[in-house]
Design a protein around this ligand. Structure first.
Ligand code: NDP
Length: 284
């Protein structure tokens, strides 16, 4: 039987409708409109699209948004100055610096400059530490979205073998922490992993977050497994595809997320969720 598709667009729409209702209630009862400030440095086309989508999602859900763009050659001090200004502005609840930053930036320094209470991407060391301790304050949006997808599909997590391919700070590592917190047995694979298929084939839950088109093929998947494809890759014909070879995977997996229309829409949705949370936390 072909895999059931977990439709990220449908789920995102439902969660965003709930968030829009909550935002409207916060405005009506407390006079607070959740506000996200986004900083974009440089002209990277993918980053421009991501920022545009984030701002549009805010507007659609009734959130306020502010966008600050800088040329690639801007002095880091100017961006740090803007972050300080936004940190001090009580009308701004979430601050996001779109990554990657140009090479002359120290990205860690920039992320650490954001007030942890407004760090809606969850990349500040304080928030990373809180997640490690099992007491998350802001969960990074992509793994947070994946957890929502697993929940919506009713995937049993306790005791499940979870294998994550990719160990980045923004996807793989926080994903591991979240699955661990739900009592999965977690394996993190990376570019130095020997015999990747050995690990992927024993996964009840397989998360691919690498950035290599179609690298996970059906023969690497345990029959009935839940396969979450985080990867976004552009093929030579301009089309997007994931890290999972959808056609062969869907014949083996029990659940599968598509690309596009899978994890991507949920990432932006959880950014809105974190911004709403940040706004609610300002209440006395
Ligand atoms: P990074 O480049 O930061 O990390 C990639 C990871 O993949 C690294 O840990 C790397 O290992 C590992 N890797 C590389 N080659 C192999 C290999 N042959 N076998 C096993 N592991 C390998 O990427 P990100 O985590 O930032 O993103 C991953 C993908 O997810 C990208 O396609 C990105 O576009 C997409 N993405 C999608 C989002 C969404 O909303 N859907 C959000 C964020 C990212 P090592 O550490 O050893 O180098």
């Amino acid at each position: 039987m072909p895999a059931q598709i977990i439709d990220g667009n449908v789920l995102a729409q439902a969660v965003r409708a709930e968030l829009a209702e909550k935002a409207a209630a916060l405005k009506a009862t407390q006079g607070i409109t959740p506000c996200l400030a986004v900083i974009l440095v440089g002209e990277d086309p993918a980053s421009q699209v991501y920022v545009r989508n984030k701002v549009a999602a805010c507007e659609k859900a009734g959130f306020a948004s502010l966008k600050f763009t800088y040329p690639a050659e801007v002095e880091p001090a100017a961006v740090l100055g803007k972050i300080a200004e936004l940190n001090a502005d009580p009308a701004v609840h979430g601050i996001l610096v779109q990554l990657p930053l140009p090479p002359h930036f120290d990205a860690d320094l920039v992320l650490e400059a954001i007030d942890p209470a407004k760090d809606v991407d969850g990349f500040h060391a304080e928030n990373v530490g809180a997640l490690m301790q099992g007491k998350p304050r802001f969960i990074p949006c992509t793994p947070y979205g994946v957890m929502k997808m697993l929940e919506s599909a009713g995937v049993p997590l306790k005791g499940a073998e979870a294998v994550i391919v990719g160990r980045s700070n923004i996807v793989g590592k926080p994903m591991a922490m979240l699955l661990l917190a739900q009592d999965c047995t977690v394996t993190l694979c990376h570019s130095r992993t020997q015999d990747l298929a050995f690990h992927t084939k024993r996964a009840d839950i397989l998360v691919a977050a690498v950035g290599r088109a179609k690298m996970i093929t059906g023969d690497m998947i345990k029959p009935g497994a839940v396969v979450i494809d985080v990867g976004i890759n552009r093929l030579p014909d301009g089309k997007l595809c994931g890290d999972v070879d959808f056609d062969s995977a869907k014949e083996v997996a029990g659940f599968l997320t598509p690309v596009p229309g899978g994890v991507g829409p949920m990432t932006i949705t959880m950014l809105l969720a974190n911004t709403l949370t940040a706004a609610e936390r300002t209440l006395p």
